[in-house]
Design a binder for this molecule. Sequence first.
Ligand code: PLP
Ligand code: TYF
Length: 398
Amino acid sequence: MYETLQPVAEDPILALMASYRRDTNSNKLDLGIGVYKDEQGQTPIMQAVSSAERLLLERETSKSYIGPAGSEGFNRLITQLVFGADHRVIGENRVVSAQTPGGCGALRIGAELLAACSPTGRIWVSDPTWANHRPLLAGAGLEIREYPYYDSAQRSIRFGEMIDSLNGAEAGDIVLLHGCCHNPTGADLEPEQWRQLAELIERRGLLPFVDIAYQGLGDGLDRDAYGVRYLAEQLPEMMVVTSCSKNFGLYRERTGALFLIGRTPAQTERAGGQLFSRIRGHYSMPPAHGGAVVETILDDTGLTALWQSELSAMRERIRYLRHRLVDRLEQVGVNGDFGHIRHQRGMFSFLGIEREQVVALRKQHSVYLVESGRFNVAGLSNGSIDAFVAALAQTVGV
Ligand code: PLP
Ligand code: TYF
């Protein structure tokens, strides 16, 4: 029966990770997939995570099932982390949360529920957006439309065009927004732009679906959550996805959460029931371990302080690398305009180079970045920046 199946295109980011692993050049540099790396090029386990795991080893008494929503404690604490402990949606009992297998699991379940209740079944995503949004959302049955987001020539957000485009959305359409550290551009909305967007969403009767996968890696835990908290305060209904892959470094443990905000407590509870029913129809229950680690950290003031200081160090290092890279590019005089990289946020920015130049960097220098020119700032180090700048100088000229 399988002979009827056609070959499919690979995920471009995961395919790049595989070809990097096959490359035998000892000076190879991976700026492709979005994982944080330290000065040694390792993706370390955070100390807060290791400590929590040791505690779990001592304390955990059972591996019995945890239920479709996951751990109650994890859900309570992650809700507070994303929305802030005193947010109105918590006090008003208008938010329901599910622990999920990563942000991807949350995106898929959220999209399926929205496909079942949106009158139009349509979702607007930024142009460009993370490559995996498409299969996750379209696979759930949503029709995808794009709104303009990033101007590659100006290296800034096309906010006016974004608003014009979303003004053409119909009541019941869904709008996918990146909470912070936009993937792939690194260009985030300012508070005033979130305000204008909230007004448009309300006026046109749209539903916001916010994906916040990098909280704490842009400007800090609270500042990164500005947009999602603001929309949740202003608007009656919303869907939110978070991921613990980056800010807790739990990538392979597949840990995230899905939040549904409803108009009333009763409506929220009913919609939550639908959510859990969909989860049962997929994977039944989320994996427990990553959520237990996060819960152990957030439930302990000492571990929370340790985790926050480690997260701040990652954020500061990314910021430092952004500045150092642009300083070196400018000192060497590499062709191009790279100033935007300094002030953009999170792991990613576009270099603003051509596809053929990306291929040349890979083939001639074993430097790996996504074909769009997106590179992972957190994949650089003091030890590799000069080699990267030299490879770029040879590829695009000085
Ligand atoms: N959303 C965005 C924008 C991402 O970049 C990612 C990837 O890391 C995710 C969601 C989900 O990640 P994960 O499923 O690993 O938690
Ligand atoms: O954009 C990235 O590099 C990260 C990691 O299927 C990622 O978000 C990439 C592809 C994928 C899952 C995670």
